[in-house]
Design a protein around this ligand. Structure first.
Ligand SMILES: Nc1ncnc2c1ncn2[C@@H]1O[C@H](COP(=O)(O)OP(=O)(O)OP(=O)(O)O)[C@@H](O)[C@H]1O
Length: 340
């Protein structure tokens, strides 16, 4: 189990991480979701030991690792750009870590070969060992990077946007593979990403990092259905967040959130009186295959989105520039304390 306790990191006057409390349990695929600049890479670099926190502690299985040299932490790191050696073969790239690690480097060629072959088999690259790393596909390069990390049997694996350099089809295939490989190994993976879809698909647990803090860490379905604050909701790209004052109905003051797929639309003045509702102007629509997204503007300028599933359409025909009532079940909304 990896534990960060009140970890902070500043660069000059800028705070990258601000009192982060974070736990990655054993044998877990942990996804860390955050926007660009949220501090994701900084967090991984502190765990790996490439940098030290200004404050706070980092422990692995109960023992402090902050302050320890990086190469003694037994932590694997898979970089976004794979960082393979271009002049080495696939097998040589994988074996490199075994030969050169600071802690008990291997010299026995038979053992190096056995462990390299096992790592290549684990990532589905048996038979590719002799190839140059420029003679394989992007997805295969990603798997070499993973094999190179896994061959050293790290206690936890950190993955920095590992699918970022892959095209969309390959990305979804690699999602399944990464999950399967982790399950076979039984070590925890900490995978950082800016994509909510990737985080929710991959993670046994998903943490949201914003403004240098962990906003929420939960099972993906809990996070998606019950974001605990406006910042977590905003990262899921599925929730409208607006001021309760816009609504007709008996609501507490402050920011509220309603999911894109839980809002209904009626002609102006026809919202059922039992449901909270607000007026908004229809801007435009967007088809995304099986779903359609409609955009509205509320009186205070807030942009609202409504998702309609084409197999079960709920929305009337909408006219651009015309006002509508947007309404929802009272139990569909979430209210948060503090600013939106
Ligand atoms: N070496 C550094 N010197 C100064 N500022 C830095 C340094 N490294 C990171 N920062 C700043 O710290 C903040 C967090 O950066 P970090 O790279 O951790 O974000 P990130 O979430 O990984 O972003 P991205 O998804 O864009 O890679 C940013 O504001 C960044 O500009």
């Amino acid at each position: 189990m990896l534990t960060l306790n009140q970890v902070s990191r500043r660069y000059g006057g800028a705070t990258a991480l601000d009192g982060v409390d974070f736990v990655v349990p054993e044998n877990t695929y942990m996804a860390l979701l955050g926007a660009s600049g949220a501090g994701k890479t900084t967090l991984l670099r502190l765990i790996a030991g490439f940098e030290e926190p200004d404050q706070g502690t980092i422990s692995l299985n109960g023992a402090r690792i902050d302050g320890q040299p990086s190469h003694l932490r037994d932590i694997g790191f898979v970089f976004q750009n794979f960082a393979l050696f271009p002049h080495l073969t696939v097998a040589e790239n994988v074996a490199f870590g075994l030969r050169h690690r600071a802690h008990a480097p291997l010299t026995n060629e038979a053992e190096i070969k056995d462990r390299t072959d096992a790592a290549l088999q684990l990532v589905g690259l048996t038979g590719f060992g002799h190839r140059g790393v420029s003679a394989i596909s992007g997805g295969q390069r990603q798997r070499v990077a993973l094999a190179r990390t896994l061959v050293c049997e790290p206690r936890i694996v950190l993955l920095d946007e590992p699918l970022g350099a892959l095209d969309a089809n390959l990305r979804s295939r690699m999602c399944d593979e990464l999950k399967a490989i982790r399950e076979r190994l039984g070590v925890s993976f900490l995978h950082v990403t800016g994509s909510e879809t990737e985080a929710l698909t991959m993670g046994d647990q998903v943490a949201v990092l914003a403004n240098g803090r962990i906003m929420q860490s939960d099972a993906p379905d809990t996070l998606f259905s019950h974001p605990g604050n406006a910042e977590a909701a905003r990262h899921l790209n599925a929730w409208n967040i607006f001021d309760a004052g816009l609504c007709r109905g008996d609501l507490r003051q402050g920011p509220i959130a309603v999911r894109f797929d839980q809002i209904d639309v009626s002609a102006k003045g026809t919202a059922p009186s039992a449901r909270p509702s607000l007026h908004a102007t229809y801007l435009t629509g967007e088809f995304n295959g099986p779903t359609a997204l409609s955009f509205f503007r509320a009186a205070d300028g807030t942009l609202l989105q409504v998702v309609d599933h084409l197999s079960q359409p709920r929305l009337p025909d909408l006219v651009e520039g015309q006002g509508y009532d947007l309404h929802f079940a009272a139990d569909a909304l979430r209210q948060f304390h503090g600013a939106a």
